[in-house]
Design a protein around this ligand. Structure first.
Ligand code: F6P
Length: 319
């Protein structure tokens, strides 16, 4: 193997650039050539591909987003799309690939491997919703971004004795809400993985107020319902001077944390090692602080499990 390609696909996540840098630098260090593919699978099919050298990834480790750009490209699920991509791989002499992204990106990586082009997936998403990894690239940064807002919101909540419903991203997973809820001392964390009882939440807020508490924060995962809807429901159980904040895409941007940069670097270098060993169809992850790889197929048969002990912990210590 002489030449590898790299792309980012799906929703961007802070730390993707650190992963691209690690893959590129490690591969060049090992004597390989590296080609960057812009706009994920869409760019692969379109032939938006360029040769990178060690300087192409200079001054990138601290940057949010992905300098290779990203796109959601469902057409790559079809054989026709895959064959068009393979045509480009052949044209550029790319024999293997590293793909950074979420679920859809892994499907593409598996299909390419089946076609004879080894591809390794790295978990890049703020949602942390990928099985067989404790953390995904971008999650830690997103949680810290949320936390900064939660701390700010608490200031104004206290001044006006208000309750805030803060909606966070995560798609169908409650990880961002759980981690930022515990770290931010939220009175309630509402996640898709757990049922909630609005009466109990209202009682908790009321009890806090009766004790002289000046603010109440509820972190709501987007996978449960919209924050406006939640606030309206809560209003049926009492007037808590509720305001709503939907954090939105601010959670996807920003400079990656040290943790995301280091993990992305470890994962990127490991992906190159796997390709050099002639392996493909694998997803890199981190389990118990160790970088690991699993068959992508296993991931499809499995489900991500959020750390629900945080939910119980929050109930025990936040009231
Ligand atoms: O998967 C990352 C994510 O930010 C989710 O948390 C969110 O639901 C979705 O992407 C938003 O997608 P888009 O950027 O396409 O609006």
């Amino acid at each position: 193997m002489k030449r590898i390609g790299i792309l980012t696909s799906g929703g961007d996540a802070p730390g993707m650039n650190a992963a691209i840098r690690a893959v590129t630098r490690k591969a060049i260090h090992e004597g390989l050539e590296v080609y960057g593919i812009n706009y994920g699978y869409a760019g692969l099919v379109a032939g938006d591909i360029f040769k990178m050298d060690e300087s192409s990834v200079g001054d990138k480790i601290q940057r949010g987003g992905t300098f290779l750009y990203s796109a959601r490209y469902p057409e790559f699920a079809q054989v026709e799309g895959q064959l068009k991509g393979i045509e480009q791989l052949n044209k550029f002499g790319i024999e293997a690939l590293v793909v950074i992204g979420g679920d859809g990106s892994y499907h593409g990586a598996l299909r390419l491997t089946e076609h004879g082009y080894n591809a390794i997936g790295l978990p890049g998403t703020i949602d942390n919703d990928i099985p067989y990894t404790d953390f995904t690239i971008g999650f830690d940064t997103a949680v810290n971004t949320v936390l900064e807002s939660v701390d700010r919101i608490r200031d104004t909540a206290t001044s006006h004795e208000r309750t805030f419903v803060i909606e966070v991203m995560g798609r169908g997973a409650g990880d961002i809400a759980l981690w930022s809820g515990v770290a931010g001392g939220a009175e309630a964390v509402i996640v898709p993985e757990k049922d909630f009882d609005m009466q109990a939440i209202a009682d908790k807020i009321r009890a806090g107020r009766n004790r002289g508490k000046k603010h109440s924060l509820i972190i709501l995962a987007e996978g449960v319902m919209h924050a406006d809807e939640f606030a309206e429901e809560l209003g049926k159980f009492g007037d808590f001077h509720t305001r709503v904040t939907v954090l939105g895409h601010v959670q996807r941007g920003g400079s990656p944390t040290a943790r995301d940069r280091v993990m992305a670097s470890q994962m990127g270098a490991y992906a190159v090692d796997l390709l050099l060993q002639g392996k493909g169809g694998l997803a890199v992850g981190i389990e118990n602080n160790k970088i690991v790889a699993h068959d992508i197929l296993d991931l499809f048969d499995s489900k991500h499990h959020a750390e629900l002990s945080l939910f119980d912990l929050n109930n025990d210590i936040s009231y």
